[in-house]
Unconditional design. Structure first.
Length: 132
């Protein structure tokens, strides 16, 4: 067993959440696999030091709680906004609508596909001015 495998579950989760640039390997090791514990994947997706390639994997292949954590990550790559804006889970689109760094195209997509809760979130977003 590796040193990582010998850590207790809680220690692994805290290490992924705490992160830091030096933890990219640990995040990949513990969180990349869809079968990894959800807490590891959510912790990594929330971490501002999570590598962009791992965020992309999370958006494409992981459960809603992981995708929600990606939306909350302050370093969300701009090109991931659009796939999240059309996510089948409304709560993800709702969270995205509150981000203050939305691209105009993403705002329009959210308006077109978001539903009333998403529209309300966009209305409350201080960086977006909606007409009508």
């Amino acid at each position: 067993l590796s040193v990582i495998d010998r850590l207790e579950c809680g220690e692994k989760r805290r290490a992924v959440e705490r992160g830091g640039e030096e933890c990219a390997f640990l995040m990949r090791y513990l969180a990349r696999d869809k079968n990894a514990l959800l807490a590891y994947r959510v912790g990594a997706a929330n971490n501002p030091c999570c590598p962009e390639d791992l965020l992309r994997v999370f958006v494409r292949r992981h459960q809603a709680p992981v995708r929600s954590a990606v939306v909350s990550n302050p370093r969300l790559p701009a090109d991931l906004q659009e796939p999240l804006a059309v996510d089948r889970v409304e709560s993800i689109r709702f969270l995205l609508a509150y981000r203050t760094d939305l691209l105009p195209k993403t705002v329009q997509t959210l308006l077109d596909t978001g539903g009333p809760w998403v529209r309300e979130a966009l209305d409350e977003n201080p960086t977006i001015s909606l007409a009508g």
